[in-house]
Design a protein around this ligand. Sequence first.
Ligand code: PLP
Length: 447
Amino acid sequence: MSKIREMDLQYNLHSWSAQANLHPEVITKSEGVYIWNEEGKRFYDMSSQLVNMNVGHGHKNIIKAIQDQVEKLAFVGPAYACDVRAEAAKKVVNVAPDNMSKVFFTNAGAEANENAIKIARMVTGRTKIFSAYRSYHGATHGAANLTGEPRRFPAEPIPGFVKFVGPYAYRAPIAFETEKETSDFYLSLLRDQILYEGPDNIAGIFQESVVGSNGILIPPDGWMQGVRDLCDEFGIMMICDEVMSGWGRTGEWFAVNNWNVEPDIITFAKGVTCGYVQLGGVIVSEAIARHFDHNVLNTGLTYSAHPMGCAAAIATIDTYVEEDLIARSKQMGALLGERLNQVYNQHPSVGEVRQIGLFSAVEIVKDRETREALVPYGKDPEGTMKKILGMLRAEGFLTYSHENILIIAPPLIISAEELNAAMDIFDKVMYAVDSIALNKSEIETTA
Ligand code: PLP
């Protein structure tokens, strides 16, 4: 075994895993859309790591900005002002929806959501927090309680967290004719739930603007505006978690821009610095910013608005602009959409493909008619999805999965040539996936 892997496994605890049978790829180098392992094998990074390396690996301007900052002023506490702290906040606010006014910087996404929960409670004086099933909002206690899937369980229970069912037409019990019909149905359920939980008790409704890890669930037209209207009607804060969907991923600075809706609070992380160093934050509306003019913002972090994070954020946001990456995400997204449609047409194990910008998912099913998922919910005893990821990895295509869903979300810098080459690999591996998925259903029906 590789010496590095051996030492890694001896001393590191790896996230979300039983440790005994792990075999982490040892990565030694990365550049653009590629990463290399110890043996020199090159992979397409088709999930941008954890959907955060939007500008790709090894970007020289961001590296230089961090190097310069560490020499100039590595750290100063959050009570002080400094040039990069001021400029990073201004740049974030400038690309956010028009009603947004100020930023509270955190270290990453979970912390951003923790602080958004507190801000919504401080502003409204209410306690309950709504969030959707089939969502991921982070692993700390509050963020995990927002999370609408089993990764929440070790952090439960905390009172006051209420889950609702968000739109997911493919798995709905009703065959909706239009997106509006879909939105109306789910909005009517949400309205009832608000009424029965007591609107005066509800501080905020959290949602991922486009659900990420749980399968790229793109809200139907009318949903975002409908949630905005419910929040206005009942004085509830509308909070969009853009940790994964923000920073160009969907072809807009923030995914909520796709529906021209202005939330009260946006949380972000990942693509603001693309992992060169870590940073997250909470952007608040002008009205919330004014609230805190004379009310204490009762929160804080030693590393809030860390100068290194702020310097990286400035260079990263400049990179999005200089390389026109937001428009590029839309352009390359159109090509990705074409390739995914081909995959759907070619492979009977694909139940649905979903794509917005360079954010996409492929649902693997045993049977297109019944839509039965390749692996039952919450279980994959034979490690079938892991096997599929391994087949992709062996061909040089790295990504991850959730339940029966494969995520494809490459860096926004990917060229048409690179995207086509990577999707050729995907298409090739899908022939083997077809036989796994279809054989399985045969075995089970004859048993
Ligand atoms: N929110 C969303 C939508 C995410 O996808 C994630 C992480 O994947 C988080 C929050 C948590 O962010 P972090 O892991 O930086 O704490």
